[in-house]
Design a protein. Structure first.
Length: 142
């Protein structure tokens, strides 16, 4: 529901994560912005990938879960509180949506979870093709 091209964008981000030393969302998105694998028209410097990833991060932060079909309804409707490691509390309200999206974009990263617990990282075969199941886990940076 977020964007029909989101699976392709996330695939590029996950691939870059597993084939580079990058893990910060901002760095991974900048890389695909530069490579433009989906051939968006960027002649006017549109930041399509950044925009779409920010929307994805917001949906995840406000209620989208991996095991449920996303209906677009937020669990948090008034705002969002972030408690930083040093105890500072940041408050984002719906009218601060752009600041909230920027916070998520600049303060999240991909991480590799336990391969045994989440059953990923193994090669498997379907018919005559080989695949590898990868994991997408997003965390706040410290």
């Amino acid at each position: 529901m977020i964007d029909s091209l989101l699976p392709h964008i996330l695939a590029e981000i996950v691939f870059d994560f597993y084939t580079s030393n990058k893990s910060n969302i901002k760095d991974l998105v900048e890389n695909i912005e530069n490579n433009n694998p989906l051939n968006f028209n960027i002649t006017n410097n549109h930041r399509y990938y950044e925009y779409k990833v920010k929307k994805f991060l917001t949906e995840v932060a406000l209620g989208m879960m991996p095991a449920k079909v996303w209906n677009g309804l937020y669990d948090a409707t008034g705002g969002y509180l972030v408690v930083k490691e040093d105890g500072e509390i940041l408050s984002y309200h719906i009218y601060n949506k752009n600041k909230f999206e920027d916070y998520l974009f600049h303060n999240t990263k991909l991480e590799t979870a336990s391969s045994s617990r989440h059953d990923f990282g193994k090669i498997y075969k379907v018919n005559r093709e080989y695949f590898i199941k990868l994991n997408l886990q997003i965390r706040f940076k410290k």
